[in-house]
Design a protein around this ligand. Sequence first.
Ligand code: AMP
Length: 303
Amino acid sequence: MSLLVVGSVALDSVETPFGKADEVLGGSATFFSAAASHLTAVQVVGVVGDDYPVAKLEPLAKRGVDLAGLERAPGRSFRWRGRYRHDLNVAETLETHLGVFSNFSPKIPTQFRKAPFVFLGNIDPRLQLEVLTQVERPRLVACDTMNFWIESRRPDLMKLLERVDAITLNDGEVRQLSDCYNLVKAARWIMKRGPKLVIIKKGEHGAFMFTGDTVFFAPAYPLEEVFDPTGAGDSFAGGFMGYLAKCGEVTEPALRRAVIYGSALGSFAVEKFSIERLLEIDHRDIAARVADFRKLVAFEEDL
Ligand code: AMP
């Protein structure tokens, strides 16, 4: 089943304790589709400026990512500059240049409007809301956001919450949004405002999924080397939504497996800069990592 993503398509400049990358492919929609395309067909809506190296997106197109909704507008592309110090869980934003995103109004191509699974990647919540007026009764809509938008667009974000089924946030964003330190209470606070499903990503400490009456936890894959954490969240979302679209079910067992696929894809994303690692792996690597997740938490109950 097809999966629609609307999000940023960016040029990232990133500094980590292990190296630097300048103007590499990034953005929420880019990481999301690089991850999700391992599992299902992905349709992308976004905008790039006339300076974007569109040819570098070709490997994604070859893997079944439909870029018909990627607009090219006159002006500069979205750019993000970030740094990680020793705590790789915390991204420090040094610069955000919205460029062509400041005048963007998403237009969902007719052939994308019936997508049953929709992911509103991290962009201005006003644009995320505009997307919802154009899609036709999707089965599941999930969204993401970040501190930048929680600070600058809270009223729009609150309207968005009323209209989505699921939200993926990291622990810092959940606390900032709900003004509540305890993550269980914070998840309940968010669920009262709309989403039936709240996923809280805790970087190297794994991810929680809260539904009305259940909690599921997945550890993070214990990697020896985390090279660049940028895009882990979007790749998690890509694995999560990609798995749901692939199996076409939104049941509790499917959602739990989707969290594991999200964790697996997120763990690959951080092994190299940009989407490099996500482009190298194949279904065997993913299957092996999913199997490792099972081993990581399996134990015999002492009866
Ligand atoms: P994450 O998966 O949370 O690490 O997201 C990383 C991506 O978010 C980077 O590739 C950035 O280009 C993108 N990004 C950073 N700030 C923003 C923003 N304000 N709006 C949209 N995308 C952003």
